[in-house]
Ligand binder design. Structure first.
Ligand code: ZN
Length: 199
């Protein structure tokens, strides 16, 4: 039985690395690339490289950005007294769709998970604390409503409350175990509006 050319196998393997892509789909994508003209293929490759090399983490909120400080952190019109803490940048973008929220964000890059060996030191907790310099009056913890998300919220609350900063948690109403990223705008708005204080 003849194999596919080595280049096609290699490309197909690359697509499989994206996750959620099976062998057949990966091979179909590889053939789609063959169907593109050379310029399209170069654009495609260039987009991959640019996404990796030109996108960095904002030095303030740790969200992804193409500039040293992201557009949200550098927007003078935003409310600097409130920080919404999220697990990842996609969750920040979900909250951003709720237009009433005009505060800042902080991206943790995960949640505390003893099972997976993720402690606070693997997250951007230290960086969050360093932002609490007196101008911040409230930290809204918007980690997902999963056991790890709740553990992380309690952990952060215990650290931050003694600093005299109000700590709140987005309200329930989100499906338990639900992903903030996939919550609809109305659910998310209610969750933020109905936030409650953590001690
Ligand atoms: Zn930022």
């Amino acid at each position: 039985m003849a194999d596919y050319p080595e280049q096609i196998e290699r490309l197909s393997d690359m697509f499989r690395r994206l996750g959620g892509i099976g062998k057949k789909t990966a091979m179909r994508h590889a053939f789609s690339v063959l169907d593109m003209n050379e310029e399209e293929v170069r654009d495609f490759a260039q987009a991959l490289i640019a996404a990796k090399t030109e996108v960095c983490f904002c030095k303030v909120c740790k969200g992804i950005s193409s500039t040293e400080v992201c557009p949200i952190c550098s927007d003078e019109g935003r409310d600097r007294s409130t920080i919404c803490v999220v697990e990842d940048y996609r969750a920040a973008m979900a909250v951003e769709k709720v237009r009433e929220y005009r505060g800042l964000y902080h991206v943790l890059h995960g949640v505390i998970s003893p099972m997976k060996g993720i402690g606070p030191d693997k997250l951007t907790v230290k960086e969050l604390l360093s932002r609490l310099d007196g101008t911040v009056k409230e930290v809204i913890i918007a980690t997902d409503p999963t056991p790890e998300g709740e553990t992380t919220a309690m952990y952060l609350s215990r650290l931050i409350s003694p600093l005299g900063v109000k700590v709140s948690r987005i309200a329930n109403g989100m499906p338990v175990g639900g992903d903030l990223e996939y919550a609809d705008e109305i659910t998310l708005r209610r969750a933020i509006e109905g936030r409650y204080n953590l001690e």
